[in-house]
Design a protein around this ligand. Sequence first.
Ligand SMILES: [Zn+2]
Ligand SMILES: [Zn+2]
Ligand SMILES: [Zn+2]
Ligand SMILES: [Zn+2]
Ligand SMILES: [Zn+2]
Length: 610
Amino acid sequence: MMMRMNNSEQRKCQNCKKDFVIEPEDFDFYKKIKVPPPTWCPECRLVRRLVWRNERCLYKRNCDLCSVAVFSAFAPQAPYAVYCVECYASDKWDAMQHGRPYDWNKSFFEQWRALFTDVPQRNLYVTNSTHSPYGGNMLRDSTRIYLSYSLLSSEDVFYSKDIDTSRSVFDSFDVVESENVFQGMLGYKNYNCDFIYFSRSCLDSRYLYDCVNCRNCFMCTNLRNKEFYIKNAPCTKEEYKREINKIDFGSYKISVSLYEEFLAAIRNALHKYAIILNCSNCTGNDLINSKNARVCFSSHDIENVKFAFRILTTRDAMDLTYLGINSELLYECQGTGSAHSSFVRFNIHGFDGHNHDVQYSANCGSSSHLFGCVGIRNKQYCILNRQYSKEEYEALAPKIIAHMDEVPYISNTRQGSSDKVIEYKYGEFFPIEFSPFAYNETLAQEYFSLTEKEVDSRGYRWRKPDAKHYSVTKNPEDLADHIKDADDSVCDEVIGCAHNGLCKHQCTTAFRVLREELQYYKSRNVPLPRLCPNCRHYERLAQRNPLKLWHRRCSCNKGTSNKEQGTSGYKNTAAHFHGDASCPNELETPYAPERKETVYCESCYNAEIL
Ligand SMILES: [Zn+2]
Ligand SMILES: [Zn+2]
Ligand SMILES: [Zn+2]
Ligand SMILES: [Zn+2]
Ligand SMILES: [Zn+2]
C-alpha cells in the first residue's frame, strides 16, 4: 500500500472506460482531505460537474411562494418547488422542515436525491444584483444586466458571459476589468474596443488578436506597445484616420467579410502554447497570478490547485468548476459560490457565507459540519437536513461513509445497446442522472458538445426544445444591411435566428432587439445581429481552445516558416536559442497536435514577440 503512494497509478475510468493516471501528489491530496482516489477520469469528472450548471436555458414560471412571474433555470415540468430570489432568501420557509433520519435500508445517494427533489430551489443564482429583470443567471454584485451569465461586480452588460469588474460590455466572453467593449473575448483591461480577442491594455482599436498595450490599431495580431497600425503595418495618424473612415463598419455584409479576415489573421498569427501570465509551475490555459496550478483553465490567483475551471483566489484544491473565492481545501465542487470556504467536498452551489467541513450538500451557506444537506443556512452538525448534537454527528457521519461503501448506489443506464453500470460509493460526485438539467441545457453542452444521439448513447438525458409560442415576423435576411437604415420598428419584430435551430447551440430560433440595444448598435456603427444570443455565444466559444491539454512539440521548425504544416507560414524574425535546428521544447497545450496554427513554446514566442 505504501509503495503505491510513492508512484503514479493507472486506473480505468468507470464512465468512459479509458485509462487515466493518478499522480503521487494527487494521492497526497486525497489523503489530506480524507477521500478515496477517484474512479472517473478527470474529463468525465469535469463533465459530471458541468451537467449541474444550467446558465442559459431559462423558462418562465411562477414563484411557488409569492406567485410572482420569474425566469428559472428549472423547467416548469421539473419536480421542484421554485422560489424567487427574494422568497428563497427570506424566513418564509425553512429547509430543516424537509429533514429526515438516515435510512440504513437505502443507499445514501437515493436518500439525498429524494431530499434534493423535496427542498425548494432558487429560480436563478442571482446575488445582490439589481435592475436586471432579464438579467440572465449566475450574477453577483452586478447591475443593469441583460441575458448574461456568470458575472461578478459588473454594470451594463448585454449578451455576455464570464465578465468580472467591467462596464458597458456587449456580446463578450471572459472579460476582466474592461470598459466599453463590443465582441471582446479573453480580454483584460481593455477600453473602447470592438472584436478584441486575447488582448490586454488596449484602447480605441478594432479586430485585435494577442495585442498588448496598443492604441488605434486595426486588424492586427501579436503587437506590443503600438499605435496607428493597420494589418500589422505602421501608418501615420492621418493615414490611419483616412483608412478607417473608408471602412463601412455599419454594413452587415462588410462586417461578415471583416470577421472572416480577422479569423484568417488569427489562424496565421503566432500562438503562444498557452495564455499563462505571471505564473510559476502551471499548466493549463488562461491563467493569471498563479502558482502550482496543474491542468487548470480560466482561473486566477490560485495555488496548489489541479483540474480547476474558472476559479479565483483559492488554494489547495482539486476538481473545481466556477468560483470559490478566498477558499481552500475544496474537492469536487460545482459552483462553490460562497466565499471563504474550507474543507468542502462534493458540493453544489454554496449559498452566501462561509462553509466549513461540508460534504455532499447543495445550496447551503454559512454552515459547518454538514453531510448530505440541501438549502440550509446558519447550521452546524446536520445530516439530511436534520439537526444532531456534535457527538451524535461525529458518531454518525463515519457510519454513513462506511454504509455508502457497503450499499453503493448503482446507476444503471442504457449505453447504446448495452447497459452501463456505475457504482457510486463514498468519494463520487453526484450522479449525472440526478441533475435537474438535461445535458443540452448545461455547460457540459458548451464545452463537450454532443448530439442528441450521442447524449443518448452515453446514457445522459436530452431535452427537446419546447415548441415556440411566438412566430417569426422578420427573417434575418430581410433586415436592413446597414444599421443606419434600421428604424425603431425593428424592435417590434420577432427576428428569426439564421441558424434556425439546426445547430448544437441551444438556438432559441428567434430573438428580439431592444430599443436601447438598437441605440447601442447605431452609436457604435455596427449592424444588427442575424443570430440569436445563444448562437452568438457558441460562435465565440468556437474560437476558444477546449478545456483539454495535449502533449506536443513546439512548432518552431528550423527557424523559418512552417508551410509544411498547412498554414500560410509564420517566418521567424529573430534568433532563437535552438539556432538552425527545430525547437526541441515539449508543450502542454490546448492546441491539439493536428491543429494548423503555429504554436510556439514560451522561449520561441518571446524571441519573436517581446
Ligand atoms: Zn472517463
Ligand atoms: Zn440561434
Ligand atoms: Zn446556432
Ligand atoms: Zn520553441
Ligand atoms: Zn524557435
